[in-house]
Design a protein around this ligand. Sequence first.
Ligand code: FAD
Length: 541
Amino acid sequence: MSVDEAYREFVELLGEENVSREPAVLDCYAWQPTFNDDPDRWVKRPVAVVLPSSTEEVQEVVRICNRHGLRFKSFSTGWGAWNGPTFDNVVQVDLRRMDRIVEIDAKNMYAVIEPYVNGAQLQAEAMKVGLNTHIIGAGPNCSPLASATSGWGVGHDSIYMSYSARNLLGVEWVLPDGELLRLGTLGSSGEWFNGDGPGPSLRGIMRGSCGALAGLGIFTRCALKLYNWPGPPEMEIDGIMLDAKMEVPENIGYYMCFFPDRSSFSDAMYKLGEAEIAYNALATSFGGYLDILTPRLFRKLEHTGALRSLITETFKFTLAVLLAGNSARELAYQEKVLHAIVREHGGLAMDVTKMEDFFSMLFMSFVRATIPALVFRMGGSFSTALDRNDSLDTQVTWREVIRKIKEGYIAKGQILDDLADNPYFVPYENNTWCHCEVVYQYDPRNPEHREALEPIFLDVTIAAIERCMEPLFTSDPRVRKLISPLAGNFGRYQQAISRGLDPNQAADNTLYSVEADFDFSGIDPERVKRLQGVVEQRRWQ
Ligand SMILES: Cc1cc2nc3c(=O)[nH]c(=O)nc-3n(C[C@H](O)[C@H](O)[C@H](O)COP(=O)(O)OP(=O)(O)OC[C@H]3O[C@@H](n4cnc5c(N)ncnc54)[C@H](O)[C@@H]3O)c2cc1C
């Protein structure tokens, strides 16, 4: 390994100003506060950071790493510890200079983008031509390319605009040895409109359901499917976040629907999908909104018996539905159908558009998914219980299971009291397929909270395995190793793919194909026994 020699080559390739190994700069990349298990919030410090501006430069960066025994790890907009190095010899490839919307093809409804284009930028440009883009629940600051090619991809527009990976068309992919691969029609005709052909599709290998999280190379451009936007080309908004004010476009309806019980909630969601009327749909607890919008008030409500039960029991099955019609007549139709579904299932639909000031603030926050990031306000940090994509009824059960687990920790003061029931629950593609991850919040400065993170993680893992959940969102190598034998030994295939595409193992692939062992020392033996028992019980024979 020769960092000095590699560094000289990086400077020659990219210029002094686009390469650094200044300790303070490197530490800025290594301090990763979000979704980081390290109590002090550090990941490994990269040996250098490089900022390429083109696909050719990315290829050359990767080749230099291969030649000098270094690994590389890329990030696009970089929100989360997953983009940080996991080895000691990693070059951080910061893609922020690749920030172009290359093309918007309005007729064929797709956009070609580079890694550092964020959701808000793409949405603003798409809206100018009557189109819209899927934005993940993490918010508009994130990279649509990163979620489509490399990690997760759920958002509360998913009922209409799907899951990130499903919107992916042509892809430009720098493999871990520096070779360039163009997927889909891009590889055969230079056009971006199809990600799968002619010829066999590599989408499963490239992305799978969770994403390779930089473990299989660097994606430099991709085409994403766009969707209809019935609103105006531009919107005037005054103020930001919770102080924002705007004139909400015509033909928009927003309803908060409350259902009396589990079955009416699920059945109504199935019907909503069949009716194909929703533009956005998000089921979370009523308490979840208060928690992120009014954290100080929420802390007071927690201690009130009657109000607490009103929020957790009476308003438990809440579904927010955004309707967007191309005309007043279409919106009227959508509203009629929604009311009929809600009525048929004994629910109540509250028309939020009538609360003009509130809705004027909420509308674009919902369409752009800016609100979920306010989750940090309550106590500093959060995590989620092994999120998964599965059928609607299974998700409702999962929500309940995690609520019960959380109640134990809340009672002991080991996580923040968010009233326990705090799901991010969205349906996909007007279908029976849904996402449910249950949020738990904690204060990273509180030692009791920090100590509880490992036991919660284990309890949730046990609960997931007990229910044969798919290993979808598990980037954690320890969980992958545990679950792989229960799911067709997928870990073996990931390792074979990794070795095949990356003979020098130059990509930082811990989050994709490296398997770590659980270190059971210091962990409650009863939990360890339960974990081992449930794994054994579910193992493929
Ligand atoms: C408040 C909050 C809410 C969230 N809600 C959701 C949600 O609703 N839905 C959801 O899907 N996720 C959600 N997340 C998780 C989110 O997906 C991650 O934070 C993720 O890192 C997105 O960040 P990013 O777009 O900045 O991508 P990055 O952090 O840049 O990248 C994500 C991963 O992909 C890799 N990568 C990035 N670019 C490339 C590239 N060009 N080539 C190869 N690999 C690359 C990175 O190394 C990293 O592993 C949430 C996160 C937060 C903080």
